[in-house]
Design a protein around this ligand. Structure first.
Ligand SMILES: Cc1cc2nc3c(=O)[nH]c(=O)nc-3n(C[C@H](O)[C@H](O)[C@H](O)COP(=O)(O)OP(=O)(O)OC[C@H]3O[C@@H](n4cnc5c(N)ncnc54)[C@H](O)[C@@H]3O)c2cc1C
Length: 499
């Protein structure tokens, strides 16, 4: 036991994209606040935010079919797509501000322009895609979206997917140029380098083992030095639990009533990766298909060009699976350890409701490489086993809670859970995830710092001109944001270096 003790303004737990984003926002809003970060691993961005642990899609609802639902009357509800697109524009504006202010450099190291396509097969799906295109293409947020069911056009757009196709089942795709591939790992590391230069105290290999409320209302953390095993006590007025999958157990330890009756359902993932330059050169897009019947939304198959370390590769997946771990580096006891007297009925109800899903996920874990290749061949008919390797992706812990839809309902979004006095907050859930980190952290700021918000608003608006404004109601702002973020982040095609 060490007797080391510190007091600070803010503690961020975890060095993923969420803590990186919150820390960077706070440093701009209140530069003189002292911030300390505790991360149990040796570097930043090693869990879900790492480039090989997620798909790197800048989620703007340009291609993800699960963000647009077909209503009973056959019309397409695009409200979720609009929300996600607007949130992504917020992220792009903040990243542009950081580049323009020289707080981070070389945006091509973390964001690249890449067409986003949705691809479907079969008559019903083609009809759905066409209706979806009609509902979206007039909307200024989705300007430039094209639709085609012409095999020649599809061959031009996605030759690797169309080559060697023998069926004459109808196929159709939508394509939009303004999509992006984002290396969230690189961005996380850049933001932590920036925070270090602003004197943020970043403690790697320090695991937060416990959180307790102190008598003066601040929070005392029990922190273990992973190398030496010594235990330290650190106190802060505000704590953000940004532990990714590790957030739920820490939230439970804080004992706040808002953290009760919540459970977590871990979903593991695998990708297949191709680095054969001949194959990689034949594809330049993110192509999202439709989830199989019974499959959860996070297992929508997609074939993506990725830009990682100045190299192009292809990623296919994710194959969702079941593992009781809450983090890739977590423990087999994470799930069982998260069952508490206050959430046991919520968890049991979720368990009973999700037997088919759990069965599906366990079956997915058992798939052999050749069976995964067969799924890949639905996308790339000529795919060869020797060109593709398996990579283990990050863990997602989906939130389980009691909602109007019933006890123990599985949620697929992200959720901020905060104490009523705003002194502690946690981020739970995983989707749409890193792409919307800036909006999610702004929401957290709004909830946890209501007294300061008024004074902070001018600076927030300087960083994010669309803050508090519906882009849909201000189409002129959309054009302005596309131009300014495109320029700052190097997203215009002519500005891109050849890779
Ligand atoms: C397979 C997969 C595909 C995805 N695809 C996309 C995508 O295409 N686009 C997108 O926008 N999002 C995607 N996501 C979601 C996105 O990756 C996550 O939402 C995001 O990375 C979460 O960031 P985070 O900072 O909350 O968590 P993380 O990046 O997981 O960071 C949490 C950190 O906290 C640390 N930590 C945990 N517990 C403790 C503790 N007790 N003490 C100290 N440190 C601790 C961990 O070591 C870790 O470094 C995907 C996720 C997965 C798993």
């Amino acid at each position: 036991m060490s007797n080391r003790q510190t007091k600070t303004d803010v503690i961020l737990i975890g060095a993923g994209i969420m803590s990186a984003t919150l820390g960077t926002l706070l440093k701009e809003l209140v530069p003189d606040w002292n911030i300390t970060v505790f991360e149990k691993l040796a570097t930043a961005g090693e869990e879900s935010s790492n480039e090989w642990n997620n798909a790197g899609t800048g989620h703007a609802a340009l291609c993800e079919l699960n963000y647009t639902v077909e209503k009973q009357d056959g019309s397409i509800d695009i409200s979720k797509a609009i929300k996600i697109n607007e949130e992504y524009q917020v992220s792009k504006q903040f990243w542009s501000y950081l580049v323009k202010s020289n707080l981070i450099r070389n945006p091509q190291d973390f964001i690249m322009p890449l067409p986003h396509l949705s691809l479907v097969q079969g008559e019903d799906n083609v009809t759905f895609l066409k209706k979806r295109f009609e509902a979206m293409s007039d909307n200024p947020l989705f300007q430039g979206m094209e639709f085609s069911d012409d095999p020649e056009k599809l061959m031009e757009w996605i030759p690797l997917i169309m080559n060697g196709r023998t069926t004459d089942e109808p196929m159709a795709a939508t394509r939009i140029e303004s999509g992006t591939d984002v290396n969230f790992g690189a961005l996380t590391r850049m933001l932590f380098d920036h925070l270090k230069s602003k004197n943020v105290d970043i403690k790697y290999k320090h695991s937060v083992d416990d959180i307790k409320r102190a008598s003066d209302g601040s929070w005392e953390l029990k922190v273990r030095n992973v190398d030496s095993g010594t235990v330290e006590r650190h106190t802060a007025k505000f704590v953000f639990i940004g532990g990714g999958g590790g957030s739920l157990p820490l939230l439970q330890k804080s004992g706040i009533p808002e953290g009760k009756h919540i459970g977590g359902f871990p979903v593991s993932g695998l990708f297949m990766v191709c680095k054969n330059p001949d194959v990689v050169a034949q594809h330049h897009a993110k192509v999202y298909g439709k989830a199989k019947v019974g499959a959860p939304p996070m297992s929508v198959p997609h074939l993506d060009t990725r830009f990682i370390d100045n190299k192009k590769s292809l990623l296919f997946g994710p194959f969702a699976g079941f593992s009781p771990k809450f983090l890739k580096t977590g423990s087999m006891f994470d799930l069982i350890g998260s069952v508490k007297p206050n959430n046991v009925f919520t968890m049991l109800a979720a368990g009973a409701k999700n037997v088919p899903l759990t069965k599906y996920l366990i079956q997915q874990v058992m798939l052999s490489k050749e069976q995964r290749m067969e799924e890949l061949r639905e996308f790339i008919p000529n795919a060869k086993s020797e060109d593709w390797d398996i990579v283990v992706a990050g863990q997602r812990v989906q939130v389980i809670k009691d909602t109007a839809a019933g006890k123990g309902t599985l949620q697929f979004g992200t959720e901020v859970v905060n104490a009523a006095d705003g002194s502690i907050a946690a981020l739970l859930g995983a989707s749409p995830g890193a792409s919307t980190a800036v909006s999610v952290m702004l929401e957290l700021i709004k909830r946890c710092f209501p007294q300061q918000l008024k004074a902070w608003e001018p600076k927030i608006k300087e960083m994010i001109p669309s803050y508090g404004v519906s882009l849909l109601k201000h189409p002129e702002l959309i054009e302005e944001i596309h131009t300014s973020t495109g320029r700052a982040l190097g997203l215009s095609n002519e500005l891109q270096p050849a890779i």
